[in-house]
Write a new protein. Sequence first.
Length: 417
Amino acid sequence: MATSPAPPKPTAPPKPTWLPGPKDEPPFPWLRPTIRIRLTLLYGGMFLIAGILLLSIIYLLAAQALNVGSELPFKIVNNGSTVNIVSNVCSFPSSPSDSQLNDALNACVNQQRQHALDVLLSRSLMALLGLAIIAFAFGYAMAGRVLSPLGRITRTARRVAGTDLTRRIELDGPDDELKELADTFDEMLDRLERAFTAQQRFVGNASHELRTPLAINRTLLEVHLSDPGAPVELQQLGKTLLATNERSEQLVEGLLLLARSDNQIVERKPVNLAEVASQALDQARSEADEKGVEIRGERKEAVVQGNGVLLERIALNLVQNAIRYNIPEGGWVEVDTEAQHGQAVLLVANTGPVVPAYEIDNLFEPFRRLRTERTGSDKGVGLGLSIARSVARAHGGRIAAEPREGGGLVMRVTLPL
C-alpha cells in the first residue's frame, strides 16, 4: 500500500518589517518653532523695545534738562553808572565785592543745575512707571495669546470628563509642544472612545446572550409547573430550579447594570428624588409588610439632573437592603429626601444588626455581605450597594454609610442639584 506523502511543515510567519517607535524628527530640530523659542523671542523683543523707548525718552528729557540748565539764571543790567544783576531764582547781595559776586554766581549756577537734575529724575521715574504698566499689560495679553491653546485643551478635557468622548481638540497652529500635546490627547481620546464603544457593544451582546437562555429556562419550568398531574417531587424540584433561575437572572441584570452605570450619564433630565423614593417604596412595600417592617420618613422635593431609571434603582436597592437586613420584630425603615447646601440628599436608615465600622467599606464591594465574602443566602446577589455606588458616581454624586447607634445603618446619597 502506497503511503501518502507527509504534509509540508508550516512555515513561520514573516517577521514584521515595521516596528513602532518615535515619530521621525525634522532634519533641523533646532529650527522648530517651540514654545521656548517663541517665548524667548517674544519677551526678548519686548525687553528690547521697552529699553529703546526708555532710552529715547530719557535722551529727550536729558536734552530738555540741558537746555534749561544751560540758561543763565540771572541777567546783567547796565544802568550807565552802575551794573546790576537781576535774577528770579537767586538772590545777590547789594554792592558785593569781587569774591562775593563770584561765590553768588557759582551758587546760583549750581542751584540751576540741581533743579534741572531733579526735573530729569522725576520725569524719568514717571516715564519708567508708564512703560512698566504698558509692558505688564502687553506681556499679559501676549502670554494669554501664547497660552490660549492650553486653555482650549483644558476646556476640552473638562467637556470630555463631563459629557462624552466624541469631542476633540483639533488644535491648529505651529508645530510646537502645545500642538504635540493636543494631538497626543486626541489620540488618547480616540483609543478611549474605541474601548468604551467596544465595552458597550459587549454589554449589549452579553445582555442578549445571557438573558435568552435564562428566559427559555424560566418558560419551560413554568410550563412544567403548570401541569396539575406532575408528581410532587417534580414540582418541588421545578420550584427550586425556578428560584435558582430567577437568582441567575437577578445576577445577570445586576452585572449588566453595574457595567453600564460605571460610565457618565450623557442624557440627563430633571428627576425628583421624592418621586423616585416613593416609587421604590411602592415596589418594596409588600416585602416590608411580610417581614413586619414599618416604613416611615418625609420625602421633600429635591430635583436633580440625571437618569430616572438608574436613580430609582439606587433607592430601590437601598430600601430592599434596609428591609431584608432588619430585626425580626419591631423593625423600621426611614426614607427621607431633601435639598440642602446645593445638593439633593437621599437618606435611608433602618434598624438591624450591629455593623462594625471597619466593615462598612466591604459592603460596597461586589458579592460582599456583612461577615460573608460570597453570596450564600436568599437576600440578594450581593450587588445592590455596588450598583448604588456606581450609579451615584455616574451622576457626579457619592454614597456613604455609617453605623447607626443601636444597630442598623444610615445610608446617605448626595447628588448635585
